[in-house]
Design a protein around this ligand. Structure first.
Ligand SMILES: [Zn+2]
Length: 353
């Protein structure tokens, strides 16, 4: 009898354990997989028609979750897309997506390592904007069908917005990698503190560059001379006031529209960084692309840390017409990369992760 009772007790204990495990499993299952359905059926945004979507969307505890999910479904996004969107973006960025057109393959932006989450609304707008760059004086150079890589690069540069809008002040930047263009400006009193005169063996009187750039220029001119090529620094560092005078002179002589394609407004000129130089040929006139000096520079300048800054065919990106004579010092490493990958400086910066 005693033995039978003991067996019965063991059986009851095992039964209790089984019941307990089943209960826990059911509870956990409810908490995870069907949490959305269970928890939010009473939400004012809950839409019965989307139940099948809700079941497969990973629940995220945020205020407007169902509302946002509905917007994404209505735009055309798949369950996979929606899960990816919630994995990648925060609430603010998701609002940018729900306020944009449907993008057929949002994953294409995300997989680029220089894609910037906060720009997602601008990428989509740029892709689907029929009038993109109408305002740009180089709009005709833009391709009709841009790749996702182009879109991310161009928007990172700022090209989805008019020149001289959404401007960044970079006056705190002391690095030689400073970027100054139609979206990055310098203050009126910005003047590098390491400007030095360039040796007049290789420059017109009084031309200054930042020390490192001046030395690099002299070394480059010396090397060119060994190859029987004579180059000289024409206009190098320019103050804000001088640039202002120059720009206004061009506007008066040539008209606003033309001047804008080759002259920078004060504060937007690379010459104010003390890292840009207009190079002269053996006749002490601005280099032309037919000159042997030009060919030598295109093939060798990167070895000394200089790049041709405003290339032909890239006017839409740099915002300037082709300038055979304008070179920029960036140091050997960056100049080498730009030379090897055939980029503009704008693209080089925009493609940094
Ligand atoms: Zn120049």
């Amino acid at each position: 009898m005693k033995k039978r009772k003991a067996n019965q007790r063991v059986f009851i204990i095992i039964l209790l354990i089984i019941i307990f495990v089943v209960c826990i499993t059911v509870l956990l299952f409810n908490l995870t997989t069907s949490k959305t359905l269970k928890m939010d059926k009473n939400d004012k945004d809950f839409n019965k028609d989307y139940t099948t979507f809700y079941e497969d969307i990973t629940y995220v505890n945020s205020d407007n979750f169902i509302k946002n999910i509905n917007s994404l479904i209505e735009l055309g996004y798949s369950i996979q897309d929606i899960n990816l969107i919630y994995d990648t973006f925060d609430e603010k960025e998701i609002n940018l997506i729900t306020n944009s057109k449907y993008d057929s393959d949002i994953t294409n932006y995300i997989k680029l390592d220089y894609f910037k989450k906060e720009n997602i609304g601008r990428y989509i707008a740029f892709k689907y904007d029929e009038n993109k760059l109408d305002y740009s004086y180089f709009a005709k150079d833009f391709k009709k069908d841009l790749t996702y890589e182009d879109i991310v690069t161009y928007v990172n540069i700022g090209l989805d917005q008019e020149y001289y809008t959404n401007v960044n002040n970079v006056s705190n930047e002391t690095d030689i990698k400073i970027l100054v263009n139609k979206y990055h400006k310098l203050d009126e009193d910005y003047e590098p503190d390491d400007l030095v005169l360039i040796d007049t063996k290789y420059a017109t009187e009084g031309q200054k560059l930042r020390k490192e750039a001046a030395l690099a220029f002299e070394n480059m001119a010396k090397a060119a001379k060994e190859d029987k090529i004579n180059i000289y620094a024409g206009s190098a560092y320019r103050s804000y006031d001088y640039q202002d005078w120059l720009y206004n002179k061009y506007v008066l002589e040539d008209g606003f529209t033309n001047a804008e394609t080759y002259s920078a407004r004060a504060g937007y000129s690379e010459h104010q960084t003390g890292l840009a130089v207009d190079i002269l040929n053996k006749n002490w006139t601005l280099i032309d692309e037919d000159d042997s000096e030009y060919t030598w520079l295109v093939n060798n300048s990167y070895k000394y840390g200089f790049i041709l800054r405003y290339k032909r065919g890239y006017e839409n990106i740099t915002g300037y017409m082709f300038e055979d004579w304008h070179f920029r010092y960036l140091g050997k490493e960056v100049a080498n990369d730009i030379h090897n990958f055939n980029l503009t400086y704008e693209e080089y910066i925009a493609k940094q992760a």
